[in-house]
Design a binder for this molecule. Structure first.
Ligand code: C5P
Length: 382
């Protein structure tokens, strides 16, 4: 089968691209390639982007990307373009249409994950683009080749390709699945996550550089806390158990001091946020996203309203370029049904559908078009 279905119809594939949270992030050494070795427990969130990838109209001569929702540039360095180009090169000789080059793709990204925030949005989009491009071109790649391709795009991409909670080691390329966070036996609810992203520019490379230069906490317990969490999660951890660990998770990110050195307002903002919500606050990845846990989504949503108010009334110090992004979300499970290709009907109506990798069940209603932009506050739809 070529990139178009036998009837010549265009094909559309929709992937949900979840954000991630680093529950822990221990830096355990420096590698000879300059990267740092990590020991990090990462979980996907229900908050995410939606990526629709289609065969481009026959007049198209290059890949295109349209972004709605949060503002994001669509220059060639966007990871969606890079992922599509890398897949095209990797399958050029083996895809069903060879020796022709896999044809241009048209992508639409509904962006909901804050950018450069420590939530892995760009990497998740890249992983979604790899899977979607392979599906649109009806091509396959060995797991090994896919893993190499993913790691070449960014350290977090292999985690997103694997899907589900995982222990991530190496520079990010070694992904060991962990059990899901389970709902409590009483009410079936797993802990909910409050996300607060101050609009501070924090480049991952700069944070690691600062860490390498010595901006780090002496006597860090991050590795010990991370290892304990992995032990507990190997067989699936009950939600309340994770919730009880929040105080120690606040000490489990080795990049905190370095991130604060890059974004000087971060420390004060974090302290004020902790005081305002009365619970420990943690840093995700290299920041600047701060997060905390709540017993359920209703309480996390209450906290969202409270934090927005605190940002406006001055309880939280103003930092960066405007009000922070504040959202409530949940930790997503593992289920990853295969991607589905949808040939366009002869009526000419494009009816892309979501739900090709399970995470998005709560993000889009069954009849909503994929790629619906976030609601105005970036929260999960209720
Ligand atoms: O791989 P990624 O593009 O996400 O990494 C951005 C930068 O962060 C790298 O260029 C590197 O400087 C730093 N990094 C690191 N160790 C890691 C991951 C990233 O030093 N494990």
């Amino acid at each position: 089968m070529t990139a178009e279905s036998s009837a010549g119809a265009r094909i559309h594939v929709v992937r949900f691209a979840p954000a991630k949270l680093n529950l822990t992030l221990a830096v355990i050494g420096r590698r000879s390639d300059g990267y740092h070795s990590l020991h990090s427990v990462m979980v996907p969130l229900s908050l995410g982007d939606a990526l629709t990838v289609s065969t481009a109209p026959s007049t198209a001569w290059r890949d295109t990307l349209r972004v709605t929702g949060l503002a994001l540039t669509t220059t060639p360095d966007n990871l969606v373009f890079k992922a599509v180009a890398a897949v095209r090169a990797a399958i050029a000789e083996t895809w069903p249409g060879a020796p022709a080059v896999p044809p241009p793709l048209a992508a639409h990204l509904a962006k909901r994950i804050p950018i450069a925030a420590g939530l892995g949005g760009g990497s998740s989009d890249a992983a979604a683009a790899i899977a979607a491009a392979l599906a649109v071109w009806s091509a396959g790649l060995s797991p090994e080749a896919t893993a190499v391709l993913a790691a070449s795009l960014g350290s977090d991409v292999p985690f997103f390709l694997a899907g589900g909670a995982a222990l991530v080691t190496g520079r990010g390329e070694l992904v060991q699945p962990l059990g899901d966070i389970e709902g409590s036996s009483q009410n079936g609810e797993s802990p909910a996550v409050l996300l607060v992203t101050p609009q501070l520019p924090v480049a991952t490379a700069a944070v690691f550089k600062s860490y390498a230069g010595g901006t780090r906490l002496v006597g860090s317990r991050a590795l010990e806390i991370s290892e304990r969490l992995v032990e507990a999660m190997r067989s699936g951890i009950p939600g309340p158990d994770l919730y009880r660990r929040l105080p120690e998770l606040a000490h489990a990110n080795d990049l905190l001091a370095a991130a604060s050195s890059i974004a000087p307002g971060l420390n004060g903002f974090m302290a004020a946020l902790e005081k305002a919500i009365g619970r420990p606050v943690c840093l995700s990845g290299s920041g600047p996203t701060l997060w905390s846990l709540y017993p359920n989504l209703a309480e996390a949503r209450k906290a969202v309203r409270f934090v927005r108010l605190a940002a406006v009334n001055g309880t939280l110090p103003p930092v960066g370029n405007g009000e922070p992004f504040v959202a409530a979300t949940t930790i997503a499970g593992r289920s990853m049904p295969p991607s589905v290709s949808i040939p366009e009907g002869t009526t000419g109506t494009i009816r892309p559908r979501t739900v090709h990798n399970g995470f998005d069940a709560g993000a889009h209603g069954p009849d909503e078009p994929a790629g619906r932009p976030a609601n105005s506050n970036g929260e999960e739809p209720r």
